[in-house]
Design a protein around this ligand. Structure first.
Ligand code: PMP
Length: 375
């Protein structure tokens, strides 16, 4: 049996209570959704769905090929220009996912002989980028600029720091200004993943690099996803024009991947335009996050103070986290559930998304349900 070993792994997973299953989401679900990443409530905005539909009608269901062959449409160019302009970077390149954008940035910017310094709390896509890159990776303590400075000081060749701007498990922000100072001292570049910052942090949601005055800096490259605040699908790398040109020529997840689907491109572009017109959505997502955190901690929950729109609540054990999330769902509130091996420190959590469009009443209801179902 070629795949007999899978049974052993499956049994171990069952014993540990860590089996994952897929649960289809109903289009008309009555659940209050605090589990998805639709931070600004744009995924179902009429302009966003119309943007998707119009693009699909004009360009078809798929982009038909790699961006370098037939997969580039005017829409891709428009989205790249508007995204770069909004976030304060010289240029942008759109990918079929944020995952692919991260793989591209890290692999193409960390050649053989280079050093990659990677935060211990980084997202899996950055970790995989480090694994695939030709450079050598050193994992550094979470959010520790002094540790970064020390490691960078030991390496004479090209080096790059890789970090999330907002960490997806606990929702805490990286100390970007201090990290940038450490990088500047040794001439290292920065690749920062703003998946959870775009649309939430910075003026009108321009993102964490913009807020930290790093957008447009010559040694700073940011990645984003189009699948959270922008309610669509896809990802992008933002940076100086020569870096973006380099990615077009060297990034394998750009060259060998089919271009982002027209519908997703049209939806992201429409969402970006809504966000530009309604910048208050960003501050509202942060206000909802703070309200959730304040009410949860007042009720005695152990919740991490949110720096963006992710609110993380500690659960006593992986099994109890699963039970807690299931009980919330049964009571009408969908929450995320993070547990090993997705969490590096082994601590299980409920993960709540502070959507900008949540009402006070909905926040109160969610906190009530979380309290009533606590294991
Ligand atoms: N980076 C971070 C920090 C993320 O949380 C995610 C999505 N979970 C990604 C990258 C990947 O983005 P995408 O879902 O667009 O592939």
């Amino acid at each position: 049996m070629a795949f007999g070993w899978i049974d052993e792994q499956a049994q171990a997973r069952r014993r540990a209570g860590l089996v994952r299953t897929l649960r289809p989401r109903a289009a008309d679900s009555p659940l209050l959704d605090l589990a998805g990443n639709d931070y600004l409530g744009l995924a179902r905005h009429p302009e966003v769905t119309e943007g998707a539909a119009r693009a699909a009608r004009l360009w078809g269901g798929g982009s038909t090929g790699s961006r370098l062959v037939t997969g580039t449409t005017d829409l891709h160019g428009e989205l790249e220009r508007e995204l770069a302009d909004f976030c304060g970077f010289e240029a942008a390149l759109v990918f079929s996912s944020g995952y692919a954008a991260n793989l591209a940035a890290v692999t193409a910017l960390a050649p053989h002989g280079s050093l990659i310094v990677s935060d211990a709390g980084n997202h899996a896509s950055l970790i995989d980028g480090c694994r695939l890159a030709r450079g050598t990776t050193q994992v550094v303590a979470h959010a520790d600029p002094d540790a970064v400075r020390k490691i960078l000081g030991t390496h004479p060749g090209p080096a790059v720091l890789v970090s999330d701007t907002v960490f997806s498990v606990d929702g805490d922000a990286a100390p970007l200004a201090e990290l940038a100072a450490a990088c500047r001292e040794s001439g290292a570049g920065m690749i920062i993943d703003d998946a959870h910052g775009l649309g939430v942090l910075g003026t009108g949601g321009r993102g964490a690099p913009h807020a930290a005055e790093l957008a447009g800096a010559p040694d700073v490259v940011a990645t984003v996803t189009l699948s959270k605040s922008l309610g669509s699908q896809g990802g992008a790398v933002l940076g100086p024009a020569p870096v973006i040109d380099h990615l077009v020529n060297a990034a394998r997840t750009f060259i060998f991947d089919t271009g982002l689907a027209p519908a997703a491109t049209g939806a992201a572009l429409a969402a970006l335009r809504v966000l530009r017109r309604e910048p208050e959505r960003a501050a509202q997502a942060r206000t909802v996050a703070t309200a959730l955190h304040t009410r949860l901690t007042a009720d005695g929950h152990e919740a991490v103070r949110p720096d963006a729109a992710v609110v993380s609540v500690r659960a006593p054990s992986p099994e109890q986290a699963v039970e807690w999330a299931a009980d919330c769902r049964a009571a009408g509130v969908a929450v995320g559930c993070f547990r090993p091996p997705s969490v590096p420190d082994g601590i299980s959590r409920l993960r709540l998304t502070a959507r900008a469009d949540l009402t006070d009443e909905q926040i109160g209801h969610a906190v009530g349900v979380i309290g009533a179902t606590r294991p």
